[in-house]
Design a protein around this ligand. Sequence first.
Ligand code: NAD
Ligand code: MG
Length: 337
Amino acid sequence: MEKKDLSRRQLIGSLGAGVVAAAISPLNVYAADEKKEMKVKRSAQPLQDPTKKYPKPPFKSQSQPWPGLASKMNPPPDHGEKSYVGSGRLAGRKALITGGDSGMGRACAIAYAREGADVAINYLPAEESDAKEVIALIKAEGRTAVAIPGDLRSEAFCKQLVDTAVQALGGLDILVNNAARQQTRASIMDVSTEDFDATMKTNIYAPFWTIKAALPHLKPGSCIIGTSSVQATDPSAELYDYAQTKAATTSYVRSLAKQLAPKGIRVNGIAPGPIWTPLQVSGGATQEKLKKFGEDSPMGRPGQPAELASIYVQLAASDASYATGQIYGSAGGGGLP
Ligand code: NAD
Ligand code: MG
């Protein structure tokens, strides 16, 4: 520091002050309090063994009526409530996240707010209590938080959702299509047409409708993120309908990325492996699978939503400007993105 100060004084002596500021600004861009804050964040953290970081199976048998609540899960999922530390990577951005009440959507909402973004979340009315917790966490960061309950299986609602978010946030830069329906069925014979239709509407039509509604508002530099799954490339026997919607998600990400790159809009996806969320305990998995959830992954445990938050941030951040049409995986060593 002393050396830098000295060279600054020497420089000032020989050059105009404006030129000096420009010449040394990379070393001096941070105010003292910002420097202090960064020092805290950058202080050495102990190494953590990822295999021991979170609960491992066996898990207690548990079942909730769809769509389930994070608050009623045992053990409770970690969405980064107490751990995610932001560093201004999304300062001033405006984001809409579907399924933002729980699971990956909640982890994304918390992280985005802590990175400086204003955030609107969509969820089903039955999830109001989970959503309230997320809204409080976003507000605690001093960010605008917008709660927009409603059913994505309706095209009219998808349009209204985007319009409401744009109005409440004063624009839109990041659209995260994360909501999904997953119901386990041993046989294709057990999948009713209503079932199949509900899964297609939630997982394929809703992103289609929300993207179409959002596109006129997205300026160059904006981005769209879709939550896909390892099911896109390695479908389970009992997830016949769900798995094909995730293949569709991966496909729309790659197609739209090509279509929108010339407009300066990036489109990327995330492919989680087994993650401990309400989707799994409200019909997404059998009780047998739940008790051993994540056991098959090389990590020997399921992931927690918090472990994916930084990926949603990375894909939205402007320094990832050359990444589009990509699917980022997070599956404890198994699966393919
Ligand atoms: P989650 O239950 O926490 O989130 C899913 C959300 O979808 C719900 O909170 C609900 O708000 C929303 N939703 C469902 N149907 C809806 C509808 N008709 N209208 C409005 N909202 C609706 O579970 P999650 O696991 O965090 O799911 C998030 C994403 O992660 C999904 O796309 C899912 O496919 C994907 N995913 C999950 C896993 C996993 O193991 N949990 C693995 C791979 C991919
Ligand atoms: Mg939920």
